[in-house]
Design a protein around this ligand. Structure first.
Ligand code: HEC
Length: 105
């Protein structure tokens, strides 16, 4: 009984460790870059209807949009309000964010 409980706790701790290792940077960036202030903490409760939901979107698509808005290639709609926020994002950071957002439910 005790051994079984230990195994379950150890497994839970291990899975949590792995999950956070995979998404820690993206999650931290999402908070530190204030993405949540427009797109919502859960990335699907945006503050205005014209601000897109991001959670669960394809990573490849998100990455391209992030780079295009950053590089001024995407200027449609409300993209201008986001441009200054992502202006200093590196390609690696953009990928971390895209992977993190794609992994959200
Ligand atoms: C000031 C508000 C604001 C902030 C802060 C902001 N965004 Fe946005 N974001 C927008 C708006 C508005 C759009 C839609 C642009 C348009 O109308 O085409 C958008 C679009 C996007 C898109 C494209 C989505 C799609 O479906 O094409 C992605 C990805 C994205 N934001 C990610 C982020 C990330 C990651 C951050 C933080 C680094 C961030 N945004 C910060 C307002 C914001």
């Amino acid at each position: 009984m005790k051994i079984k409980t230990f195994a379950i706790v150890a497994f839970a701790a291990l899975s949590m460790g792995l999950a956070s290792a995979a998404s820690a940077d993206g999650a931290a960036l999402y908070t530190s870059k204030a993405c949540a202030s427009c797109h919502g903490a859960d990335a699907k409760t945006s503050i205005l209807p014209v601000y897109p939901k991001l959670a669960g979107q394809n990573a490849e698509y998100l990455l391209e949009q992030l780079k295009d808005i950053r590089d001024g290639k995407r200027t449609n709609g409300q993209a201008a309000v986001m441009k200054p926020i992502v202006a200093s994002l590196t390609d690696d950071e953009a990928k971390e964010l895209a992977d993190y957002l794609a992994g959200l439910k």
